[in-house]
Ligand binder design. Structure first.
Ligand code: MN
Length: 250
């Protein structure tokens, strides 16, 4: 079986290569990843310019596109046959709660599921710009992949995994969770460039989260690996029933 590893942190991220090492005895492992950091690009596609693909080593491809582009390109001809599994990560930084809507890491896994392939997104809940250790997250992913290959995943579902940044003897266990609530503290920063023109940057303090029972945030904060099953059907069936009674007129 062929396994596709991708990410949104870009082709130089150490998380890709450690993960490849962990998964290599499960199949032929391909890395197809953006050629630069594409974090928070969500599910965007490159449609209005051509893309270039570099092959720095056998079975490793760097694309000047988004994480979603990488999965599409891999599934539609770059690889000899579509992969049997997509693993996106290991991302540097958590992807929990409302983050999943911004995350390129999660989007790549969702694209895998949209292509009919079982898919997992894995993020390391590290903070700051310092050195990170992907070792435990990769070892956990290897075990989870083994279970997913044995049991399968339903169509249109992905697993969103967040691993605390701790040593393996400090990890308390694994919790199956739901998405928690983030509160972003974004502010729009306006500054002036050297030629006197205004420029803008989204900044602000780090997001805060609600410590609700059963959530990904609480699990990771308490030292557990969080596994959240996500479903691609965003239809709000309760609201659909309500809307049926609205006086909607053509
Ligand atoms: Mn990222």
């Amino acid at each position: 079986m062929d396994i596709l590893i991708t990410n949104d942190d870009g082709i130089t991220s150490g998380g890709l290569y450690l993960l490849r090492q962990e998964l290599q005895d499960l199949g032929r492992v391909f890395i197809v990843a953006p050629d630069r950091d594409q974090s928070a690009t969500s599910h965007s596609l490159t449609l209005y310019r051509p893309m270039r693909i570099e092959r720095p080593e056998p079975d490793v491809y760097a694309i000047d596109g988004t994480p979603t582009d990488c999965v599409l390109v891999a599934a539609h001809g770059l690889l000899e046959r579509p992969p049997g599994l997509v693993v996106s990560g290991v991302n540097r930084g958590p992807n929990m709660g409302d983050d999943v809507f911004y995350s390129g890491t999660v989007a790549a896994a969702i694209e895998g599921a949209m292509q009919g392939v079982p898919a997992i997104a894995v993020s390391l809940a590290s903070s700051g710009a310092g050195r990170v250790d992907f070792q435990y997250a990769c070892q956990f992913t290897r075990r989870l992949v083994g279970t997913v290959l044995e049991k399968g995943l339903p169509a249109k579902s992905v697993l969103n995994v967040n691993v605390p940044q701790k040593r393996d003897d400090e990890i308390k266990g694994v919790r199956v969770t739901r998405l928690g609530k983030r509160t972003y503290q974004d502010t729009l920063i306006e500054r002036t460039d050297p030629r006197g023109r205004a420029y803008y940057w989204i900044g602000g303090d780090a997001p805060i989260w609600e410590p609700e029972e059963g959530t990904d945030f609480l699990a990771v904060d308490q030292g557990y690996v969080s596994v959240t099953p996500l479903h691609l059907d965003l239809t709000d069936n309760a609201l659909r029933t309500t809307l049926e009674s609205w006086p909607l007129r053509p």
